[in-house]
Design a protein around this ligand. Structure first.
Ligand code: F0G
Length: 358
């Protein structure tokens, strides 16, 4: 039976028999072969989707949060706090509710998706919206948690990275080795840092043989790492990654450079096209920020990036894993806004038949 990432990967994590495990049995998410996308990418390229939206609160954050809240409880913490573009706050609220710890979340006003806000509220967090962006919220949270007995649960907390690295373990377990390329959206840059750490640890233990090249993708309107300077007023429809000064900036650059990968940006139009393609062709509903990883590999494929990296004698297929970080239901407004307008008819058979062309 699956008992969550702490039980599954205990020997890779900083826990002891005394650590109280706060879990909702997160992890063990599907790694789906993407039929349509693989064809689009070209001959010999296999694309897999790591569907992190199927975690208990609908995003990858639960991997880090199970460990972070377990350790906070072990250390006697009574309250936790985070700044969030939505998913961290949803996960922190949920896991602290389960642990019986108070949680406080700071969110940028009007800039988090409805599903995420509803989660933080219903799990009983103290939710505070600030008239500012995520970066400003994080600055406040760092300051407050430095001075008061409240545990910071953003990904600056190393337990978050430790928990999130288990995503790599699952991918290697499923594929029998690491993929050739690992594509991931980049916001605060903790997840790219975590996946790279996980891949390196599995290889060091001799469980996997290769290391992937890490491909990080930021939204064009909030791409500080690509532009090589902080972005004061980040803009993108992918609100989860609307971040102008990522906390794990240096670590993400290290993952990029050590792996021989890259960090690139994709436009909102490219993100939305990938978002719709995933839903309409692969049957996978992921939130817009998640689609940045797919938009990214499609952009690179058009530039011939993957074929250039194929040696003529290489019989092996190229395997790419895209992490779909959050569920599409997190942001229902976006789905409705980009779909066709809903038809409303009188309840008459002739009208319905006409509408469906019969
Ligand atoms: N995708 C989703 C759905 C996210 O919620 C986030 C980050 C990312 C990608 C980027 O991951 O920050 O580790 O580079 N969301 C954070 C939050 C910032 O507050 O929920 P990252």
């Amino acid at each position: 039976m699956w008992n969550g990432i702490i039980e599954q990967y205990r020997k890779f994590l900083p826990v002891t028999d005394k650590t109280p495990v706060v879990t909702l049995k997160e992890g063990n998410t599907p790694l789906l072969f993407a039929c349509h996308l693989s064809k689009l990418m070209g001959d010999g390229i296999e694309v897999y989707l790591k569907c992190e939206g199927l975690n208990p609160t609908g995003s990858f954050k639960d991997r880090g949060m199970t460990l972070t809240i377990s350790k906070a409880l072990e250390e006697g913490s009574k309250a936790v706090m985070c700044a969030s573009t939505g998913n961290t706050s949803a996960s922190a609220s949920c896991y602290s509710a389960r642990a019986g710890i108070e949680s406080i979340v700071l969110i940028p006003e009007g800039a988090i998706a409805l599903g995420k806000l509803s989660q933080a509220l219903i799990h009983g967090s103290k939710v505070i919206a600030i008239k500012g962006n995520f970066d400003e919220a994080l600055t406040l949270v760092k300051e407050i948690t430095r001075k008061h007995p409240i545990t910071l649960v953003n990904s600056i907390n190393p337990y978050r990275i430790e928990g999130q690295k288990t995503g790599s373990f699952e991918i290697c377990d499923a594929l029998g080795d690491a993929p050739d390329f690992h594509a991931i959206p980049v916001g605060n840059a903790g997840n790219m840092t975590a996946y790279w750490k996980g891949y390196k640890e599995y290889k060091a233990h001799g469980i996997s043989k290769i290391l992937p090249k890490m491909l990080g993708f930021q939204a064009a309107g909030s791409a500080p790492i690509v532009l090589r300077h902080p972005v004061k007023d980040p803009k993108t429809i992918a609100t989860a990654i609307k971040i102008g000064n990522p906390a794990s900036w240096k670590q993400a650059e290290a993952a990029r450079d050590e792996s021989g990968g890259l960090i690139d940006m994709v436009s909102d139009d490219e993100i939305l096209a990938a978002y719709k393609l995933l839903a309409a062709k692969e049957g996978v509903f992921a939130e817009p920020a998640s689609a940045a990883s797919v938009a990214g590999i499609l952009k690179l494929a058009k530039q011939g990036f993957f074929n250039e990296r194929r040696t003529t004698n290489d019989e092996r297929r190229i395997r790419i894993v895209c992490v779909l970080t959050g569920h599409g239901l997190k942001d229902p407004d976006r789905a409705i806004a980009c779909a066709e307008k809903l038809k409303v008819l009188e309840p008459r058979i002739d009208l319905v038949l006409k509408e469906i062309g019969l």
